[in-house]
Ligand binder design. Sequence first.
Ligand code: NAD
Length: 377
Amino acid sequence: MNKFSRRAFNITLTKGIAGAGILSGMPIACAFGAEKNTKKSLGVALVGLGSYSTYQLAPALQDTHYCHLAGIVTGTPEKERVWSDKYEIPKQNIYNYENFDRIAENEDIDIVYVVLPNSMHMEFSIRAAQAGKHVICEKPMAISVQECDAIINACTDAKVKLGVGYRLHSEPYTQEVKRFVSEKTFGNVTYIAADAAYRSRGNPNQWRLNKALSGGGALMNMGVYSIQSAIYGTGENPISVTAQEYSTRPDYFKDTDETVTAQFQFPGGAAGNIMTSHNANANRLFASCERGWFQLEPANNYGPLSGKSARGPLSFPHESQQKLQMDDFASHILQGTPNRAPGEMGKRDMIVVEAIYESIASGNKRVKLDLGAMGLV
Ligand code: NAD
């Protein structure tokens, strides 16, 4: 039996077992919207079938244990046939952006995963929540703090779960860094550096370079990884930020930021420096601590990541980060395990993004932040 048909068989079997009411070995039934969920594997609908859905999420969903690809939402009719053939998606589980709200009636779909350009995250996350579906929203969660609030409120009102597509929280090297920090393996972190950047050379009309669609340039795209690294690399939210912007290819980056650097102050005394760019290649996290250090490089691509510490190299087996992330979210719904990347974390990062833009706009003035423990997981 090939991989797909084995999965389809498991899913059918699950539904059959549930239907027959033979529930031994089933996960604990957990709150699911207003109802109880007794499924073993949750159906995911991907909204937006661009490169991330095509090359990462859909393949990962062939290997997940607690969720599976059950539906698609696309604005491109040709993709309906291609995806339905490749993944055996039944016609009734295929939607477009107009009829998407009818997904409310579809019991095969439990989770809607929004994988659209950033400025569309809010609309589709809210529509998904209002349809009674749990939501995973890609990063950046939205293009403003106000939009993040609107998504969080919609999910709270609809009593559905919300996760941000921060795959690294499910990834073992990153989890080891978080362990170093929480257990103070090397004492307190005194300095953190985090860079996330790639050199953009493609079509100058791509949505990532169009502010109306992206909300911003490198900072909105890769910068959230630098912010994330600085925060989980210290275990604290910054209390202030001072930021700078550089542009060397203004003809290409007409509408969005090219390179941004920012310095953070942390409440425990650590200093942080982040860099993000669409005009350089960088991918690392480095922390200096009272009694040692740790680093990841690469720190934020799809893996395998690589790292070392004052005690020697780190080594973990590689698995698809997207598989781990989606299974973690599904098991959060099914079994009540922690939500590794809740909406509050996405909102917290957008507060930092807005503070960085504010600092740049003010001529690099220090902007104070009062985040408390928001989004620290
Ligand atoms: P993409 O350009 O490859 O795909 C975008 C999709 O949105 C396409 O299917 C396109 O048809 C559709 N779309 C609908 N309306 C559109 C419009 N007005 N303009 C452009 N496209 C439109 O982008 P992607 O790389 O798949 O990114 C999608 C989202 O996923 C973004 O928010 C991005 O930040 C996020 N992402 C996250 C990761 C991660 O590692 N977590 C990686 C890549 C992308």
